[in-house]
Design a protein around this ligand. Structure first.
Ligand code: NAD
Length: 276
C-alpha cells in the first residue's frame, strides 16, 4: 500500500503520512525505521538533536528501497543557527545520514530572542540553490517569525512543522500557511500518546468505524490536509498507524473532533523557547 502525497510549493511531492523518530536511540531507530519501511512508510523524520541520523541512514541504505521512493527530512539544531554554522551542520547531517541529497531540511526552532533565523535561512537558501536538498522549510515558526521570513527571505518555506493534535488545532497558523502556500506538518500528531488517546469521544468514533483512537486521530489529520509523522517503536503500532487509508471520518466525526481544541501545548512555546 502506498500513501497519498501532497505537492509542496516548489512542485515536489511528499508522502502525507511519514514516520518520526524523536526520543529513539540510534540503534533502536535503525530497527524502527527498518520495520517502518517494511510496513510501507516512505517518509522518515529525524533531526540533528535526536542523535539518530546515523541509525536512520543505516536503515534507509539497507532497506533496498530505491532512493527516489524515499523522502528524508532532518533538522538543523538551534546551536548551529547562523550562516556558516548552518552550512557546516548540513554537511555533518548528510555525512551521518550517508546521503548525497536530502529531501527536506527544516530549521528546528526560530529562537526569536537570538535573532539568527534570517541568517540561518540564507544558508538554507544556498543549500537549496546548490541542489543539495529538494525543499527547505521551518519548524515551530509563529505567525510573526513567518511574516518576517516571508518579508526578508527569497524562498517561501515549503513546510512549517508544528505541534498539532486535536487538543491544539492551530487554526490561526493553518490559515496563515494556506494563505502563503506553506504546507502544515503536524508533530506529536497523537498527542504523544498521553491522555488524548483515552478520550471517550475518539473511542466512540473509532468503534463506529472498527478503528482505534490513534487511527481516528491520524485520519482527522489527513482529512484536514496535514502531513503527519507519528512515532512508535512497537511493530504492531507502526502497522496500525499506517493502516488509515481504508476508512473515512464523516463530517459529523470531523466536527466533533474540531470541538476538542483546548489550545493545550505538550511542548515548549516557540515564541520564547531558545535552548541551544
Ligand atoms: P506522537 O504524537 O507521534 O506520539 C508517539 C507516542 O504515542 C509513542 O511514543 C507511543 O507512546 C504512542 N503511540 C504511538 N502509536 C500509538 C498507537 N497506535 N496506539 C497507542 N499509542 C500509540 O509523538 P512524537 O513522537 O512527539 O511526535 C512524532 C514525531 O514528530 C517525532 O517522532 C518527531 O519526528 C516529530 N517531532 C518534531 C518536533 C519539532 O520540534 N519539530 C517535536 C516533537 C516531535
Amino acid at each position: 500500500m502506498s500513501t497519498p502525497h501532497v505537492t509542496l510549493n516548489n512542485g515536489i511531492t511528499m508522502p502525507q503520512l511519514g514516520f518520526g523518530v524523536w526520543q529513539v536511540e540510534d540503534d533502536e531507530a535503525e530497527r524502527a525505521v527498518k520495520v517502518a519501511l517494511e510496513t510501507g512508510y516512505r517518509s522518515i523524520d529525524t533531526a540533528r538533536i535526536y542523535d539518530n541520523e546515523a541509525g536512520t541512514g543505516r536503515a534507509l541504505r539497507a532497506s533496498g528501497v530505491p532512493r527516489e521512493e524515499l523522502f528524508v527530512t532532518t533538522k538543523l539544531w538551534n546551536s548551529d543557527q547562523g550562516y556558516d554554522s548552518t552550512l557546516r551542520a548540513f554537511d555533518a547531517s548528510m555525512e551521518r545520514l550517508g546521503l548525497e541529497r536530502l529531501d527536506l531540511y527544516l530549521m528546528h526552532w526560530p529562537m526569536p530572542s537570538r535573532d539568527l533565523y534570517l541568517d540561518t535561512w540564507r544558508a538554507f537558501e544556498k543549500i537549496y540553490a546548490d541542489g543539495r536538498v529538494r525543499a527547505i522549510g521551518v519548524s515551530n515558526f509563529t505567525v510573526p517569525a513567518l511574516t518576517r521570513l516571508l518579508d526578508e527571505g527569497e524562498v517561501v518555506p515549503a513546510i512549517n512543522q508544528i505541534e498539532l493534535h486535536p487538543d491544539l488545532q492551530q487554526s490561526e497558523l493553518r490559515a496563515f500557511h494556506r494563505e502563503h502556500g506553506i504546507h502544515t506538518e503536524a508533530w506529536s500528531p497523537l498527542g504523544q500518546g498521553k491522555g488524548l488517546l483515552d478520550e471517550p469521544l475518539l473511542r466512540r468514533i473509532g468503534d463506529a468505524h472498527g478503528r482505534t483512537p490513534a487511527q481516528v486521530v491520524l485520519r482527522w489529520h489527513l482529512q484536514i490536509g496535514n502531513v503527519v509523522i507519528p512515532k512508535s517503536v512497537t511493530p504492531s503500532r507502526i502497522a496500525e498507524n499506517f493502516d488509515v487509508f481504508g476508512f473515512e471520518l464523516t463530517p459529523e466525526d470531523m466536527a466533533a473532533i474540531g470541538e476538542m481544541d483546548k489550545g493545550n501545548r505538550l511542548g515548549p512555546d516557540p515564541a520564547t523557547f531558545d535552548l541551544m
